[in-house]
Design a protein around this ligand. Structure first.
Ligand SMILES: [Zn+2]
Length: 381
């Protein structure tokens, strides 16, 4: 997809960089320019400057700078084309790409997205309508996940067969090498391919702007021969450390409430969401990365960590908190009663109870002191 230079200039001139940036960063007028806290590095005094005359931004702290497209690309982690499209759409400028050559890289990415969308629909149909999907429907029924919620999150089911997806991809003329690069299928030693996700419920992983970038699959019953979770490998459209499960669905509510709730697992998130707690993100069992926290910081700097006291994830939660604090998040912590996880808690006690539990959250220092007291670490020797 290539947009002619003259069109790009027209689109750039149709907007004011101040308005675009001000949607994401609080700006104050300072002389001829506007200044604010840089969204690309951590700072307490503003060194991020936007010039209305020149229609550019520049940060004197980290050196990032450029025009309005560059800002959107960095801020939203999108491509140049996507940034141009966003501004054009806003300005009501029509983009037609007829007879224009399509850039190689863009095409490559789009083909991967197409395969993921195809696979996501396949998994979803398996769950929602196929006869074989009964076992998965029973699984979600037992976990109290409604069909409408299953649709919202695009949940699915991978049959136990070894070549179901492979043959469908083949029938639909998809490039199997690309499906392999996405981690959906793998090569057999004797030649040919096999499905990597088998006998699992499927959780598609969306980018912050709603594209299917990867999949997580969970077995019904954990046993010692099978990993409980299987995740797509990294690809040119999926970087694990840069994506945050649930953010696409929860970002509006997070921005509205100016607060996010951090849970561990997919099911915790989906269960809370279904029960009306919609400002949730999940760390997927590991600790948050710097990049994930950076991503979240576009929507809020306030977070409540749901601390599951019994969980093996306790260490990961503490590590996440450390990273959140480093990036100037206001961190609060809620301990769940013994034996409960967010999923079981909201199901047993409902949203009102959950909200009141959250309203009693403690700031992290208080929480830590309490933990030390409990374990006797601050007692006199
Ligand atoms: Zn900066």
């Amino acid at each position: 997809m290539r947009i002619p230079e003259v069109k790009i200039n027209e689109i750039r001139n149709s907007t004011n960089i101040i308005d675009v940036i001000h949607n994401h960063v609080a700006l104050k007028k300072r002389g001829k320019n506007f200044i604010g806290l840089c969204p690309f590095h951590q700072e307490k005094t503003p060194s991020f400057t936007v010039s209305e005359d020149k229609q550019i931004f520049h940060c004197f702290g980290c050196g990032k700078g450029g025009d309005v497209f560059k800002f959107l690309m960095s801020y939203k982690n999108i491509s140049f084309i996507e940034a141009v499209q966003e501004i054009a759409e806003h300005a009501g400028i029509k983009l037609s790409f007829a007879n224009e050559s399509v850039s190689q890289e863009q095409t490559e990415q789009e083909l991967l997205y197409e395969i993921n969308v195809f696979a996501a629909k396949y998994f979803s149909n398996n769950l929602l309508i196929s006869n074989d999907g009964e076992i998965a429907r029973q699984y979600f029924k037992k976990r109290n996940i409604k069909a409408s919620t299953q649709k919202t999150f695009g949940l699915g089911y991978a049959k136990p067969e070894w070549q179901d997806l492979v043959s469908l991809l083949t029938d639909n003329n998809f490039d199997l090498k690309k499906a392999e690069a996405l981690g959906l299928i793998d090569r057999k030693t004797e030649g040919g391919y096999y499905d990597k996700f088998r006998g699992r419920v499927i959780f598609p992983i969306f980018s912050a702007n709603g594209r299917v970038i990867a999949f997580g699959g969970r077995v019904f019953e954990a046993d010692k021969n099978t990993a409980k979770y299987l995740n797509s490998q990294e690809s040119i459209i999926y970087s694990k450390r840069k994506s945050l499960y649930g953010l696409y669905h929860s970002k509006d509510e997070i921005r509205r409430m100016d607060r996010a709730i951090l849970v561990e697992g997919y099911m915790d998130l989906i269960s809370l969401f279904q029960n009306g707690v919609k400002n949730v993100v999940a760390s997927s069992g590991t600790s948050l990365t710097d990049e994930q926290v950076q991503l979240l910081s576009r929507f809020t700097h306030n977070i409540i960590v749901l601390f599951d006291a019994d969980s093996a994830g306790q260490k990961a939660a503490l590590r996440s908190i450390e990273i959140l604090l480093k990036q100037n998040f206001e961190v609060k912590v809620v301990s769940l009663p013994e034996g409960e996880d967010p999923d079981s808690y909201i199901h047993k006690f409902g949203k009102d109870d959950f909200d009141s539990l959250v309203s009693k959250s403690k700031n992290f220092l208080e929480f830590q002191t309490e933990q030390f007291n409990k374990s006797g670490m601050l007692n006199e020797p």
